[in-house]
Design a protein around this ligand. Structure first.
Ligand code: T46
Length: 139
């Protein structure tokens, strides 16, 4: 459900040398992290995402630059403006995501609950919607 996805502030320590932002298990976490990846060198006008996950939980952070993250649970849609490295969004399972409007310097860090598994993806929106209408169960 879209209301289970949420934006949150990470703790940032700022001093004369710059800033240090912390993501610490036991505080800002919804799951044990099993995989980390990041999107970078994204061409102008490119979009990414365009899929949902059956089980995977993720946290998305714009550690550099900016982009828009559009989340859709099959009934409602919400856009998160990812504009800073101290701001994260928790994306729960069964949420379609599209990412667009990347700035030149955008780097998107993703903390994921599971290893990569292509069978966890819905890459066709109509299949995703059908699963939502079945109550989130796989075909
Ligand atoms: C998501 C958004 C934010 C791997 O081999 N291992 C991995 O861990 C991942 C994430 C991808 N891949 C391969 C699969 C494809 O051949 O990398 C290629 C590009 O993946 P994809 O088209 O899924 O990339 P995005 O940016 O559209 O989506 C990714 C994640 O897949 C997705 O879970 O939420 O980033």
């Amino acid at each position: 459900m879209l209301e289970d996805c949420c934006a949150f502030e990470l703790t940032t320590h700022v001093d004369s040398r710059g800033s240090l932002t912390v993501f610490e298990a036991g505080k800002e976490h919804w799951f044990p992290i099993r995989r980390v990846y990041y999107l970078h060198s994204i061409p102008e006008h490119a979009s990414r995402g365009g899929h949902a996950h059956k089980q995977l939980k993720q946290i998305i952070i714009a550690i550099s630059g900016s982009f828009d993250l559009v989340l859709d649970d099959g009934t409602a849609r919400k856009t998160f403006e990812m504009r800073g490295p101290s701001y994260g969004v928790y994306v729960c399972p069964m949420t379609w995501r599209d990412m667009k409007n990347f700035s030149d310097d955008a780097v998107c860090l993703v903390l994921a609950s599971e290893l990569y598994d292509e069978s966890d993806y819905y890459r066709q929106y109509d299949e995703f919607l059908a699963a939502v209408n079945r109550g989130g169960r796989s075909a």
